[in-house]
Design a protein around this ligand. Sequence first.
Ligand SMILES: NC(=O)c1ccc[n+]([C@@H]2O[C@H](COP(=O)([O-])OP(=O)(O)OC[C@H]3O[C@@H](n4cnc5c(N)ncnc54)[C@H](O)[C@@H]3O)[C@@H](O)[C@H]2O)c1
Length: 296
Amino acid sequence: MKNIAVIGSGTMGNGIAHVFAQSNYKVSLIDISQDALDRALATIAKNLDRLIKKEKITEADKQNTLGNITTFTSMKDGVKGVDLAVEAATENVDLKLSIFKDLDEACDGNTILATNTSSISITQIAAVTSRPEKVIGMHFMNPVPVMKLIEVIRGYNTSDEVTNQIMEMSRGLGKAPVEVNDYPGFIANRILMPMINEAIHSLYEGVAGVDEIDTVMKLGMAHPMGPLQLADFIGLDVCLSILNVLHAGFGNPKYAPCPLLVNMVTAGHKGVKSGNGFYSWGHGTKDLIVSDQFKK
Ligand SMILES: NC(=O)c1ccc[n+]([C@@H]2O[C@H](COP(=O)([O-])OP(=O)(O)OC[C@H]3O[C@@H](n4cnc5c(N)ncnc54)[C@H](O)[C@@H]3O)[C@@H](O)[C@H]2O)c1
């Protein structure tokens, strides 16, 4: 495989395009928004500059990586002749199903179709295509150029051959792929989100404060950041929507989102992106200042 399309050039799409291009794949980066494409190229250039500063790559490597990326606002044009399309568009079921119907029509019959979804069923996405054996999850972690893991998710019909190809290609990108099956939350979010939800419940019930809960998990479990800080970084709206997927998918009340999380999202307190969550982020993300609502 040499030619890759990445659909969606936001937070994840620009990182995915970056790692493929740096490994010498020809990348078509596709978005409906020209602004998003411009921002993505600027972000990739900035991240490559950081690698030059750390003496991990040279200026020539940077130019080569950028030269491997071509941008498109038309998906039909962008996917011509690609071996693999990785979809990283907005997390919305109807949008993804419609993109996969279009991809199935526009791509050659042997093109593998992958999705970076955090929570939508790979099997459901595959079912709208005529090639479910060639549809697979490639769940990259944020920030993509830094994080080693790729959760490779097999849909109900994904073939062994396609899974092996994606596992091998992921290793070639310098990543550590892990194969999992397609059930709600896969592995990463099935384990992470209940932990975050439990941290929010502990706060809601008054067992401990924001700082205390995060400190226990950082110093006691050697987590690089506490679950409440992590939830603010992920986005509280994203955490809520993934918990809703787990709750609906398993029908088990243990996944029901904590009422405090529901209230915060309803009130517009979504974490870093809205400037306020468990911590206050108006001043940037360097210092941890507990939000007024949770100050003792
Ligand atoms: N942000 C994370 O930490 C993270 C981590 C793992 C997986 N994911 C998953 O990655 C995917 C993308 O998330 P993100 O955070 O990068 O979102 P984002 O909002 O930063 O970017 C989404 C991009 O998709 C584009 N888009 C929307 N409709 C499109 C279409 N029809 N065709 C082409 N582009 C379209 C938007 O213009 C936008 O630029 C989601 O499925 C999300 O669940 C996100």
